[in-house]
Design a protein around this ligand. Structure first.
Ligand code: C2E
Ligand code: MG
Ligand code: MG
Ligand code: MG
Length: 286
């Protein structure tokens, strides 16, 4: 009886393993095809100063135009890509395309200020990420002061010393590091002591109900105060409504990002958005 039970458990386990392996191989194949056939694309979402409305940076967000499944968002595939061990080639694709885009914007006279890239923890396990980033910065003549790297708390938790040194070196040259989805991890505050970030991106889950939830209001207020005391700037994510904006303004939040300002846009739409912003600024100045 016990033996039979063990056997069936073993079979079940084996089946699951086979299925996981199949998915992994499948994903690897799909991803190679996607890279080869240019199925990935980037969209761009502005981050603006809350007081002046001026652009401070633009974040590159990945999309996968899948031939069978349609337009996919990162939540639909990033985990699978990480599990398949394919995050590095995908991350390199993002980095190269975003930096090449900056060259195109410059040629069009579009003042993008800074470009923010999302970096997965897996990409930061070794120095390969920095080797590639530096090579691309050289190729496309991008200065560290034109970049923001968005990382999450999980990275800081087990960051290697030599990787930290790479960040530090680039930060000394003007690169900024943003702590993404701030507040969603475990012990955010102690991380701030361990790793000198420049920006905190307050997760949208704290913003959504800020008008009605006393707790969210308090958490956002306290985070902004803490950031100010530590010399950091806060970016509120997911600002969708005027009420969100009003609350954040009353709390002295520095920057914001969200549908109220602009949704993630194609490259062309972002250029048009920038031109329109410049016109608004000119007419205000006149
Ligand atoms: P994130 O870095 O926190 O990016 C913000 C997400 O919020 C984006 O989702 C954006 O489209 C969405 N968003 C912006 N404004 C609003 C708003 O007003 N309301 C609401 N409800 N949502 C808003 P998206 O593009 O689906 O990206 C999801 C996550 O995937 C990102 O979260 C980021 O962590 C990750 N990601 C995106 N691109 C890349 C990439 O190139 N590499 C890596 N490793 N991760 C990426
Ligand atoms: Mg981000
Ligand atoms: Mg975020
Ligand atoms: Mg978020």
């Amino acid at each position: 009886q016990a033996k039979q039970q063990n056997e069936s458990r073993f079979l079940r386990y084996n089946n699951e393993l086979a299925q996981t392996n199949r998915l992994k191989i499948n994903m690897e194949y799909e991803l190679r095809r996607a890279l080869k056939h240019n199925e990935f694309e980037l969209c761009y979402q502005p981050i603006v100063n809350l007081g002046s409305g001026e652009l401070v940076a633009v974040e590159a967000l990945l999309r996968w135009r899948h031939p069978a499944r349609g337009l996919l968002k990162p939540e639909d595939f990033i985990d699978a890509i990480e599990a398949a061990g394919m995050i590095n080639p995908m991350g390199e694709w993002v980095c190269e395309h975003a930096l090449a885009q900056m060259v195109a914007w410059r040629a069009l006279g579009c003042d993008y200020r800074r470009l923010a890239l999302n970096i997965s923890n897996v990409q930061l396990k070794s120095l390969g990420f920095f080797r590639h980033l530096k090579a691309m910065m050289q190729t496309y003549q991008v200065a560290p002061s034109e970049l923001i790297l968005e990382i999450t708390e999980h990275f800081i938790l087990d960051a290697k010393h030599e990787v930290m040194l790479q960040f530090e070196h680039l930060q000394q040259q003007g690169l900024q590091v943003a702590l993404d989805d701030f507040g969603c991890g475990y012990s955010s505050l102690s991380y701030l002591k361990k790793f000198p970030v420049n920006l905190l991106k307050l997760d949208d889950s704290f913003i959504q109900d800020i008008e009605t939830s006393e707790v969210d209001h308090l958490l956002v207020e306290t985070t902004i105060q803490l950031a100010q005391k530590m010399g950091l700037q806060v970016v509120a994510e997911g600002v969708e409504r005027q009420a969100h904006f009003d609350y954040l303004a009353s709390l002295g939040c520095h920057h914001m990002q969200g549908y109220l300002v602009a949704k993630p846009m194609s490259h062309d739409d972002f250029v048009a958005w920038c031109q329109q912003q410049a016109c608004v600024k000119l007419s205000v100045a006149e």
